[in-house]
Write a protein that binds this ligand. Structure first.
Ligand code: ZN
Length: 261
């Protein structure tokens, strides 16, 4: 019944998905798709911890966790998959252990490597959605280019201090470069700037929500940039449009158009 992953079983996991199945806009057959879905989470900081947790318990079939770091004591205030006895272990192994406890049927690949321009294609191939849990600018640009070529959605996010952003990028909508250009901006540094622990929970959970909405067939709004500021208690969205000169997503459209003439 479930080809690619053991993931969700709609008989044994009936109670787990009952509230999800009761939602409007869940398209027929999409819970099966959720159970078969392969989602890559790049970076297991606060964002990756939060998104992985919700994706696992909600019934996504397979998670690939990509991070070359080890658990540090300084992570424990916001990275909820890790406990004190896990300090010093590879983050991907520690996270897999917790996630399997939360959802034993979850299939997890733990990749103890940092994403690079060289390994990106191999590590991300075969996934239905990519979740950005990075705090570095350059790899986001690599992921964006790869995802556009492959037609894979990416849910980008960032969080620093009291402020967070989420930008789901779908193949037919604006891409990361339409929003920020192709110049790698400054990396987020929560070591010096600080970060409010629950912020990454909010932002990571929002990323998971966007992934699940996409997989169950609920309506999505391409080009939505979520902005949250917990200090001023402001929460808003901005509509981003495809940039006509975007070097990443517009050349493909122009070529498509030319071929169809
Ligand atoms: Zn673009």
């Amino acid at each position: 019944m479930f080809g690619r992953n053991p993931g969700l079983n709609l008989i044994t996991d009936k109670e787990r998905v009952r509230r999800l199945a009761a939602l409007p806009h869940v398209r027929s057959g999409r819970l099966e798709r959720l159970g078969q879905a392969r989602v890559a989470i790049v970076g297991l900081g606060g964002l990756g911890n939060a998104s992985a947790q919700y994706l696992a318990v909600q019934g996504v079939g397979h998670l690939t966790l990509i991070d070359g770091d080890v658990v540090d004591e300084a992570n424990l205030g916001r990275q909820v998959l890790f406990s004190p006895e896990m300090v010093g272990r590879p983050k991907v192994d520690a996270a897999r252990e917790t996630l399997k406890r939360l959802q034993p049927r979850l299939s997890v690949s733990a990749v103890p490597e940092f994403l690079t321009a060289d390994n990106l294609s191999d590590l991300l191939a075969g996934h239905d959605v990519v979740v950005d849990g990075l705090d570095q600018a350059a790899p986001r640009l690599w992921i964006n280019r790869w995802a556009r070529r492959q037609g894979v959605p990416v849910v980008f996010a960032g969080a620093i201090g009291y402020e967070g952003q989420v930008f789901p990028s779908y193949p037919d909508g604006p891409c990361f470069a339409c929003l920020w250009g192709e110049a790698a901006g400054a990396d987020e540094n929560c070591v010096t700037s600080g970060i409010l622990g629950p912020l990454v929970g909010i932002v990571g959970a929002l990323q998971a929500a966007e992934v699940i909405k996409f997989l169950i067939g609920a309506p999505i709004q391409p080009g939505t940039l979520w902005l949250v500021d917990l200090l001023s208690s402001r929460w808003r969205t901005v509509t981003v449009h495809s940039h006509p000169q975007c070097p990443v997503c517009q050349p493909a459209k122009e070529a498509e158009h030319a071929t169809s003439l």
